[in-house]
Design a protein around this ligand. Structure first.
Ligand SMILES: Cc1cc2nc3c(=O)[nH]c(=O)nc-3n(C[C@H](O)[C@H](O)[C@H](O)COP(=O)(O)OP(=O)(O)OC[C@H]3O[C@@H](n4cnc5c(N)ncnc54)[C@H](O)[C@@H]3O)c2cc1C
Ligand code: SF4
Ligand code: SF4
Ligand code: SF4
Length: 606
């Protein structure tokens, strides 16, 4: 039976769900149900694209890799790519990594496993809307532009992407090296994302100059415009006596790392010297160092202002870079570049830093120590201290935020009517999954604006589950690690993929570790005989005797009045924040008064 709470519309396919089994299924837009999912499935809440992580991991356990891939693809059209290079904000929130629970689930590598292990003849699911007759121009074929183009084309709009490079993908194609992201995977997923009739115009520059497509033209010729141009300029390196960062361009063998990688991926023959110094602490810096290793450099050092723990890349990246011989030197800032008589780099002068207070972004300040300058010889310097947005391509100015990025409202619209923006162009240099997530959100904003109302909304699908899906023994499985190509073979080419992927056995072992936090355990207190058997077998302080529990209007738990006095017990209550979904209580309860429901976000038409 399918029922609806608070009038949520029945989604397409609900009749099929009814035939699927006899289980009761509800669709709810009650804020308490929405709040329950947001609070209890921390990985999904942390994912900027809202990926239903427990659902795709459960599909891997069922040996349905294609289904797992499709669950991923509903949220993020590039699962095989993100399963390799995602910054993994979900893993830092994973319940399995909470104190006392061990290490987080390897969520990202499971995403890749689903993509790698799906059947070769796998067919994609796409749910097409009728043509709307509306046209949308997107500038930039990076992950933000691609994700938006995909969703807008599904929604029935005619989409054209204008891209200045010869190939789509943005930093996926021109920034991230092939040994981290194989180009066959990249091209296949990009092609699939744009297959539904998106017109891709590559080699076309958006701007003010002759032969370029201007914003005014796009606003005249299309019903809506989306700007997704990313961060196209390197952050300049200020040096003593040269705050502009221009000195970097005047000395031979000194380059901005961002431009170095772009040139390399455009096909230029890049070379480096024997000793390579990299300045910076992000993805670009790590990639420059690892590329330098593969181009033959023998001594490679990354110099960072603070310390290694504040580098905003995954621990795996740092680990692999170190295995490849890259050294990381913390607490130093370059202050001068020294050149030889032929104008080539000879050495870099640094000042030693100490750690200062906390910055607003959660990192530490670096305070230079006066008189601590020292010189280190280097043959090549790659400067990778960040990227920034530039706006000189616009013929009509738009409002910028205090960091100089495009400002948008809750619909994704800039200060110009009908001109939307997403990705790094809005957020500043960020991550692929943030670009994909925002690309999707802004696509929904564009659709609502074009059609005069939102056409889809998020509700919770609630389904009764007949038995625990996990076993207690799963909680003792250690985190499975990604196999890698051995050293030094992997460094012989720029294209040899370092991480070789989980096989079926590793994927299933890792999938077993997931608690499936979308399962909600509840006790029916009318049938409970207060035998305490569930409390005795519980692995944690997850089942509590309470006088009462406050459930806030948004679905989160408020004050909890625990008690041990029998005459005060109002209920035996499962604290889903503590519950690791082991199923032990369900198995032991003599009155079968513990029930399990599964709660998933789904999109429905409105
Ligand atoms: C070297 C490097 C490594 C990275 N590694 C990772 C990683 O491992 N994981 C991660 O999550 N993130 C990583 N990032 C960050 C990530 O790539 C970006 O956050 C993401 O690509 C932003 O997507 P976007 O679509 O907003 O912009 P982009 O990917 O920058 O795409 C913008 C597109 O717009 C086009 N464009 C710009 N100006 C014009 C114009 N005037 N006319 C026409 N087209 C134009 C560009 O050519 C480009 O194709 C890395 C970035 C770099 C540089
Ligand atoms: S245990 Fe599984 S469902 Fe829970 S937060 Fe971690 S990955 Fe997500
Ligand atoms: S399933 Fe039951 S016993 Fe297991 S953690 Fe959750 S509440 Fe505790
Ligand atoms: S095992 Fe069942 S009956 Fe006993 S206290 Fe727990 S929920 Fe109640």
């Amino acid at each position: 039976m399918v029922r609806h709470r608070t009038g949520a519309a029945e989604p397409d396919g609900a009749a099929l769900l009814r035939l699927e089994d006899e289980a009761e299924i509800y669709y709810s837009d009650d804020p308490r149900d929405i709040g329950w999912v947001l609070e209890n499935v921390p990985c999904q809440t942390a994912c900027p694209a809202g990926t239903n992580v427990p659902a795709y991991i459960w599909a891997i356990l069922e040996d349905k890799h294609g289904k797992s891939y499709e669950i991923n693809r509903e949220a993020n059209v590039l699962p095989g790519i993100l399963g390799r290079i995602c910054s993994r904000p979900c893993e830092s929130e994973c319940r399995h990594g909470w104190p006392g629970n061990g290490e987080p689930v390897n969520i990202c590598h499971l995403k890749r496993a689903a993509a790698d292990l799906k059947h070769r003849g796998h067919r994609l699911n796409e749910s097409l809307y009728a043509p709307s007759g509306k046209t949308v121009a997107i500038v930039g074929a990076g992950p933000a532009g691609i994700a938006a183009a995909h969703d807008l084309s599904l929604l029935g709009h005619d989409v054209t992407i204008f891209e200045r490079e010869q190939r789509p993908g943005g930093m996926l194609t021109y920034g991230i090296p092939e040994f981290r992201l194989p180009r066959d995977i990249l091209h296949e997923e990009l092609r699939n994302a744009l297959r539904l009739g998106v017109a891709l115009k590559t080699g076309v520059r958006f701007g003010n100059g002759a032969g370029e497509v201007s914003l005014s033209e796009l606003r005249r010729d299309f019903d809506a415009v989306m700007l997704a141009m990313g961060c196209t300029a390197p952050m300049p390196l200020p040096l003593r006596g040269d705050e502009s960062g221009e000195a970097v361009r005047e000395i031979a063998n000194v380059e901005y790392g961002f431009e170095f990688l772009l040139d390399l991926h455009r096909g230029a023959q890049k070379t480096v010297g024997r000793r390579v110094a990299v300045v910076g602490a992000g993805f670009t810096a790590l990639d420059c160092a690892r590329v330098a290793r593969r181009l033959g450099a023998e001594e490679i050092a990354i110099h960072i202002r603070t310390t290694e723990e504040y580098i905003p890349v995954t621990k795996d990246e740092i680990f692999e870079a170190k295995r490849e011989g890259v050294r990381l030197h913390g607490l130093r800032t370059p202050v001068r570049l020294k050149s030889d008589s032929q104008g080539r780099l000879a050495a870099v002068e640094f000042v030693q830093n100490r750690l200062g207070g906390w910055r607003a972004d959660g990192r530490r300040k670096a305070i230079p120590i006066e008189g601590s300058e020292f010189v280190e010889p280097a043959d090549t310097l790659l400067v990778a201290i960040g990227q920034k947005t530039v706006h000189d391509a616009l013929d009509t100015p738009l409002a910028l935020d205090r960091w100089g990025n495009a400002e948008i409202d809750e619909r994704g619209m800039t200060s110009l009517e009908g001109v939307f923006a997403a990705g790094d162009y809005v957020k500043g240099a960020s991550t692929v999954i943030e670009a994909v997530g925002q690309g999707r959100d802004v696509a929904a904003g564009i659709d609502a604006w074009l059609m005069g109302r939102p056409r889809r909304k998020r509700v919770v699908r609630i389904e009764k589950v007949a038995r625990p899906l996990r076993e207690r023994a799963f909680d003792f499985i250690p985190r499975q690690h990604m196999p890698t190509e051995p050293m030094p073979e992997r460094c012989r080419s720029l294209s040899e993929e370092v991480e070789t992927g989980f096989d079926h056995t590793l994927a299933v072992e890792e999938a077993k570790r997931c608690y499936l936090c979308n399962l909600s355990y509840q006790i029916d207190i009318d049938n409970c005989i207060y035998c305490r058997a569930c409390i005795e077998v519980a692995p944690k302080n997850c089942i509590k005797m309470v006088e009462g529990v406050e459930i806030r209007p948004d679905g989160t738990y408020g004050a909890l009045a625990e008690t041990t006095a029998w005459n005060a017990v109002g209920a035996i209550w499962i604290d889903n924040n503590e519950c690791i979904r082991c199923g032990a209580c369900y198995e032991v309860c003599p009155t079968r008064c513990i029930s399990i429901t599964r709660k998933d976000f789904v999109m429905v038409d409105v």
